[in-house]
Design a protein around this ligand. Structure first.
Ligand SMILES: [Zn+2]
Length: 334
């Protein structure tokens, strides 16, 4: 077994990056190219960039401190807006992609929810959702436990009513019930045949994905349908990951991918599935620096969201985060 190198890193995760909202499939929040450019200026002054596939590989010669940029959900924005800025600053990045939009021409539920929230507003969306629930499944709501989350504080910036609604949508009401309700509300809000158009406007195309590989970026697995893995049993988890991986393998000829767990959640079954599928490592959303021990046990590599790393107003990088990996000054006394 190879010696674990002493390397530490901060991983910064992005989703959507665009100058403004489109008219039709708009988001509630996104990063802008202008802010991203200024973030890259600050990061590149202090740290080299690396990717998870490089960091995890013990045979690779790597700097002691580095930053990693990742993009989840495979947004079209990566090609349109991030790529020119990444290349301008000589930065590498990893893009985590779900297979469902490509294999089935379907929007991920997580984006359907976003578009509906923006279009209808949270209050109208909530009442429409529960009305549709009652019509289809009755007034007794079936909720799954949140045991897997281990006390994680969900949606801590939302009011209680919004928090409960988001928990129902994303974590508590069974997928088999949420999915058809979202389909119905989405068709009602955007038009019956709007999903294919939404997919085209939201995600990278297959050609984009191949181009990103040609230009030296890492494509990683974000599973098949963005399901929260610990909500599923072992076989279902393995299948979600395997479909995501085989989609990328068929497209690019690559194997042994890094996986970004949807919403960051994972459990022992996830790790077992990852091992059995011969995958490289798993990225969570646990907000802390990557330590050497995280690269020894590769199934729960921590990662920050961009909102944790830069001040929302000034866009200055937050020292509380980045000072964790700043190499200490050489000891003058030697
Ligand atoms: Zn995601």
């Amino acid at each position: 077994m190879l010696h674990t190198p002493l390397r530490r890193s901060i991983s910064v995760n992005y989703h959507f990056l665009r100058p403004e909202n489109p008219n039709r499939f708009a988001l509630r929040a996104h990063e802008t190219p202008e802010r991203f450019d200024a973030q890259l200026v600050q990061l590149s002054k202090r740290f080299p960039f690396c990717r998870p596939d490089e960091l995890i590989d013990p045979a690779r010669d790597m700097p002691e401190s580095s930053v990693m940029l990742t993009f989840d959900d495979g947004a079209r924005d990566v090609m349109a807006w991030a790529l020119p800025l990444l290349e301008k600053h000589g930065a590498t990045a990893s893009i985590f992609v779900c297979a469902q939009p490509y294999l089935e021409g379907r929007l991920l539920e997580i984006q359907k929810i976003e578009f509906l929230m923006k279009k209808l507003g949270i209050d109208s969306f909530r009442s429409a959702f529960y009305a549709e629930y009652e019509r289809r499944f009755g007034d007794e709501i079936e909720r799954e436990p949140l045991d897997f989350a281990g006390g994680y504080s969900f949606y801590r910036y939302d009011d209680e009513e919004t928090r409960r609604f988001k928990l129902d949508l994303n974590y508590r009401i069974p997928y088999a019930q949420v999915a058809p309700i979202l389909d119905a509300l989405f068709a009602r809000a955007f038009g019956a045949d709007s999903e294919a158009e939404a997919v085209r406007e939201t995600y990278l195309s297959s050609d984009d994905l191949k181009r990103l590989v040609d230009r030296g970026f890492e494509l990683g697995v974000h599973t098949h349908r963005h399901r929260v893995l610990p909500r599923l049993g072992f076989e279902a988890q393995k299948q979600e990951i395997e479909i995501g991986a085989s989609f990328l393998r068929d497209l690019t000829g690559q194997t042994g991918f890094t996986v970004a767990y949807p919403c960051g959640f994972h459990d022992e079954n996830t790790h077992r599935a990852m091992r059995e599928l011969g995958l490289r490592g798993g990225l969570t959303m646990e907000r802390r620096a990557i330590e050497p021990a995280d690269l020894r046990d590769r199934w729960s590599i921590p990662r920050y969201d961009v909102n944790d790393c830069f001040d929302r107003e000034s866009n200055q990088m937050l020292e509380a985060v980045f000072s964790q990996i700043t190499a200490s000054e050489p000891d003058a006394a030697g």
